[in-house]
Design a protein around this ligand. Structure first.
Ligand SMILES: N[C@@H](CCC(=O)N[C@@H](CS)C(=O)NCC(=O)O)C(=O)O
Length: 252
């Protein structure tokens, strides 16, 4: 049996979940308690980083959404997550790298900031019990974990405002890849799931959703991740959304 260890609401965990589903590989997802997850992954599983997703295949543990994508292609080559030809493969790998290194963290900071500003919707992001703890109880205990997540990930006002200001051009970059056929092609691949999970997470926020949902990047996200649990009422200062709003208007 394959186990996917993640955290509630975690977009790289969703990337791996969707890649497993896409390949039709049976698995069980286990969501850990944030913070405790670090010790479990680092000390318990003796992995080099303190992050999820982690895939456990028998006694083997693979950590990191990009490493796992490659392992899944080794395990189950069809449908492939990467093109076979070197040139298109390089393009998909570059989009995937960008998705992991440059889009994933801003999406994390934006989400954690929003969770701290309004803790009410946290339960909607919890799809399953968390290490055996019922969701309602986990949601009641979530506050210190959110505070810690904000601190550790430096989800400051300045960082989140800058991320929101950059979002229009980041989505524009995704859309250039879509137009070039690197993303959103006939078969979805590793870069689609990597980027789609971040865009889908962003669309769980009611003040971001209407500014994103008509864009080609949103179509890709809905295709890669048709259901992303979570729904959070408006929380961002309107001025922070202006650059994204102007981008959405310009695109009409
Ligand atoms: N970029 C890596 C790392 C992912 C990452 O940072 N995951 C977060 C959750 S979204 C995490 O495990 N954080 C540890 C914590 O919050 O304690 C990947 O794609 O696998």
């Amino acid at each position: 049996m394959i186990h996917l260890y993640g955290l509630p609401g975690s977009h790289p965990t969703m990337t791996v979940q969707r890649m497993l589903e896409h390949k039709g590989i049976g698995f069980r997802r286990i969501d850990l308690v944030p913070f405790l997850a670090r010790a479990i992954v680092r000390r318990g599983m003796r992995l080099p980083h303190n992050t999820v997703p982690v895939l456990a295949i028998g006694r083997r543990r693979i950590q990191g959404s990009r490493e796992i994508a490659r392992e899944l292609d080794r395990l189950h080559s069809d449908p492939a997550l990467f093109p076979a030809d070197p040139e298109p493969r390089r393009a998909v790998e570059e989009a995937e790298r960008w998705g992991e290194e440059e889009l994933q963290h801003p999406a994390r900071q934006i989400s954690l900031w929003a969770m701290r500003a309004n803790r009410e919707p946290i339960r909607s992001y919890m799809e399953r019990p968390i290490m055996g703890m019922p969701r309602a109880m986990a949601a009641r205990l979530a506050s210190p974990f959110i505070d810690r997540g904000v601190r550790v990930n430096e989800a400051t006002d300045a960082a989140v405002r800058a991320n929101l200001a950059a979002l229009d051009s980041m989505l524009g970059r995704v859309e250039e890849w879509i137009a070039a056929g690197v993303l959103d092609g006939k078969e979805l691949g590793a870069a689609d799931f990597q980027i789609g999970a971040s865009v889908s997470l962003l669309m769980t926020f009611q003040d971001l959703r209407p500014l994103i949902e008509d864009r080609p990047a949103a179509r890709l996200a809905r295709r890669a991740v048709p259901v992303y649990a979570g729904d959070a009422p408006p929380v961002f200062p309107p001025a922070w959304l202006e650059p994204l709003r102007s981008g959405a208007l310009a695109a009409r």
